[in-house]
Design a protein around this ligand. Structure first.
Ligand code: FES
Length: 328
């Protein structure tokens, strides 16, 4: 999928990757503040560093004179990091004043970002906070005494809700509140949680439950992960012991294909469509199933995980252990 980026985003990205003078791709040696956010394993990571002009008597008057970043990510990750550095340097901000920069400020500076790329701006704001926390430790500034509560990763250890991106309950809940997120799609766009295999969407204690807890909605008692019987009553949950599970080795190729089509149509496709994606069955050769991902799934960094952990696993569990899914 081709993302619709603003001219400003494209300009910042192009200037940065060409190393145009005045851009900020790189790392400051021995920085006064260093903060990181994200992880390479999850497809996006940012290392943000800054240098200050130290005030000889009052660290609160330190002024950021240089900012740089290293990022592993897409066009928007680079452009958002550039935007952050530009804003900080242009305003001659102190580290404390820099904390006022929000992810929305970064989005505004870029003249907007696609909804699915908002997490790049969040990553910038989080890395900035971590860098200011690091500066405060080095300069002996007590942030708590100033009424500033920076949530470092260490402070947010807790139950991991989204295993694909190793995101914990305290972190996700905080971002739901801070960023006013009201749907799973918004959570995925902002912090990537739920953007790969999707099993954390409606599992007990998953993203929908966290949304309900934060916004006070009624807790749902039934979870959509209970699969329907694909050859029978669609409302009946399926278990491995169900007599409805047919020995697939006895199926003709036509029957085998029909079962796969039915499971895709009645369970898997509606599930990914809820998040703006789609699946297209392209071909079946023996037990190898060829599937094309469309919609938001097509450009998603977690597409391969969606296929492996959602589609392939479901087909294996419900039809035949030998099934292998290939993305085309
Ligand atoms: S566990 Fe959250 S996307 Fe896989």
């Amino acid at each position: 999928m081709a993302w619709e980026y603003s001219d400003k985003t494209m300009q910042l990205f192009t200037d940065a990757v060409h190393g145009k003078p005045g851009t900020h791709l790189g790392e400051i040696t021995d920085p006064d503040g260093l903060g990181e956010h994200g992880s390479i394993a999850c497809g996006d990571a940012l290392r943000f560093t800054f240098r200050v002009r130290r005030d000889p008597t009052d660290p609160l008057r330190d002024e950021i004179i240089e900012a740089k970043y290293l990022t592993f990510g897409c066009t928007s990750a680079i452009a958002a990091s550039e935007a952050l550095c530009c804003m900080i340097e242009a305003e001659h901000l102190t580290p404390i004043n820099a904390l006022a920069i929000t992810n929305q400020d970064i989005v505004n500076f870029l003249d907007g970002l696609p909804e699915q790329k908002i997490h790049c701006s969040v990553m910038g704001a989080e890395a900035l906070q971590a860098a200011v926390f690091n500066w405060a430790q080095k300069r002996g500034v007590n942030l708590n005494a100033l009424g500033i509560d920076i949530h470092t990763e260490e402070q947010e250890e807790g139950r991991v809700v989204c295993k694909c991106f190793t995101l914990t309950e305290p972190y996700i809940k905080r971002k739901i509140k801070e960023l006013n997120l009201h749907s799973i799609a918004e959570i995925t766009g902002a912090i990537k949680a739920g953007g790969a295999c999707m099993t954390c969407h409606h599992a007990p204690g998953g993203l929908q439950d966290l949304l309900n807890e934060v916004w006070g909605a009624e807790k749902k008692t039934a979870y959509s992960l209970a699969l329907p019987i694909i050859s029978g009553n669609l409302t009946t949950p399926l278990s491995k012991s169900s007599a409805e599970v047919v020995d697939s080795a006895k199926l003709s190729p036509f029957q085998f294909a029909k079962k796969i089509e039915k499971l895709l149509d009645e369970y898997l496709r509606p599930m990914v469509q809820k998040d703006g994606g789609d699946l297209e069955l392209i071909d079946i050769k023996e037990t190898t199933v060829y599937i094309e991902l469309r919609g938001t799934c097509a450009g998603c960094a977690g597409a391969s995980q969606t296929l492996k952990y959602l589609v392939e696993r479901t087909l294996k569990e419900q039809i035949d252990e030998r099934i292998r899914v290939i993305q085309v």
